[in-house]
Design a protein around this ligand. Structure first.
Ligand code: SAM
Ligand code: SF4
Ligand code: SF4
Length: 340
């Protein structure tokens, strides 16, 4: 019997952030000069993460995505993947990365049992990539995508945040690139999450606007019926190519949201927009048993009522969620700490 929240949404998918550090500075995620970081002593060890994940799995979690910050900055990440593989319960184990370090780590990740990779890539133009992310590293990302394919990863996805006047002229180029590397491209609406201090409604390219840009080039695309709780709406180009659009800003999917997030310091958030989370590090380090941890999680999930993105959509006057000085007081409010 699945564990359900107040709106009958199951606890089935978990995003685990393994670090809040990042080697890029994407303007929609980390636009500031300086950041407050999680104290290093608070970061969970891999054994601690694995113990928590075991408790989540006991309650029904079967999908897990490793994220960050940039997860590949966490040394020997493959050891954590091996711990999950040894537990043998997860049905879908994925990683979201900016791809900078993928070239060298892909073989080890694959051998350890990682199932799938999603690479964030917002531009195929070197100068634009550098301007967007503040690092001139496009070639490293493209090599990472190639190597992931060579070592055997299938089902790789390319995630692109579409920003008006910045990269909304690259949708076709990205789709063509996705075809070449056999990866499904997903276009993401710009979200007003914590950390997106430069967000404005004007900069959002909506799903309908994206579809119009794509159809102008390819002709009519076919919308596919939704088959699971994944956030992307999926479409088919006339030549059969599949792609997705994640309309989190203009058409939120809170009604079916089965996901929650664990930060690298062991705080559990039941919504991307939640202002506070549940500290799991303290009970873990005080010796709570697996059953006690599961009971804590279960009690909290049953009371869950979050519909963060829908509440944002209902606002008349929508601007950035939180100002930079507010974020500096609690790094866990940042998208790069919650893991996207
Ligand atoms: N660093 C890794 C990466 O970029 O793939 C993983 C963490 S990152 C926070 C996860 C995802 O969040 C990325 O695909 C990124 O594009 C997305 N993201 C960050 N800020 C966003 C925003 N304001 N709106 C929409 N997506 C955002
Ligand atoms: Fe970009 Fe991901 Fe780093 Fe955010 S965490 S700045 S999205 S690479
Ligand atoms: Fe789920 Fe919160 Fe995102 Fe809505 S805003 S889809 S409830 S995480």
């Amino acid at each position: 019997m699945a564990l359900l929240d107040e709106y009958n949404r199951p606890l089935s998918s978990l995003r685990v952030s393994v670090t809040d550090r990042c080697n890029l500075r994407c303007g929609y995620c980390m636009p500031e000069e300086h950041y407050a970081w999680l104290p290093r002593r608070d970061l969970l060890s891999f054994e601690e993460v694995a113990r928590l994940v075991e408790a989540f799995c006991a309650l029904g979690v079967r999908k897990l995505r490793l994220t960050g910050g940039e997860p590949l900055l966490r040394r020997e990440l493959e050891n954590l993947i091996s711990l999950f593989a040894a537990q043998g319960v997860l049905e879908d184990l994925a990683l979201t990365t900016n791809g900078l370090l993928l070239e060298e780590s892909a073989p080890r990740l694959f051998d350890a049992g990682l199932g799938r990779v999603t690479v964030s890539l917002d531009s195929l133009r070197r100068e634009r990539f550098a301007r967007l992310s503040k690092r001139d590293e496009l070639d490293a990302v493209l090599r990472g995508i190639e190597v992931a394919r060579e070592v055997g990863f299938c089902g790789t996805k390319i995630d692109t945040v579409v920003l008006r006047g910045v990269n909304d002229d690259e949708l076709v180029d990205l789709l063509e690139y996705g075809k070449r590397v056999e990866s499904e491209v997903r276009f993401i609406e710009y979200m007003d999450v914590g950390g997106a201090t430069q967000w404005s409604a004007d900069a959002v390219v909506s799903r309908n606007q994206m579809l119009a840009l794509i159809e102008r080039h390819y002709g009519a695309v076919e919308a596919l019926a939704k088959t699971d709780t994944a956030p992307a709406d999926r479409y088919r180009l006339p030549d059969g190519t599949l792609f997705g659009i994640i309309a989190s800003t203009t058409a939120p999917f809170c009604g079916a949201c089965d996901r929650s997030r664990l930060t690298a310091d062991g705080t559990w958030y039941s919504c991307l927009y939640a202002s506070s989370g549940l500290d799991l590090r303290a009970p873990l380090r005080e010796g709570a048993t697996g059953a006690e941890l599961a009971a804590t999680l279960s009690e909290s999930w049953r009371r869950r009522k979050d519909r963060g993105a829908e509440e944002r959509l209902a606002l008349d006057d929508r601007g950035a969620l939180l100002a930079a000085d507010f974020l500096a007081r609690d790094p866990r409010l940042e998208m790069h700490t919650r893991g996207g």
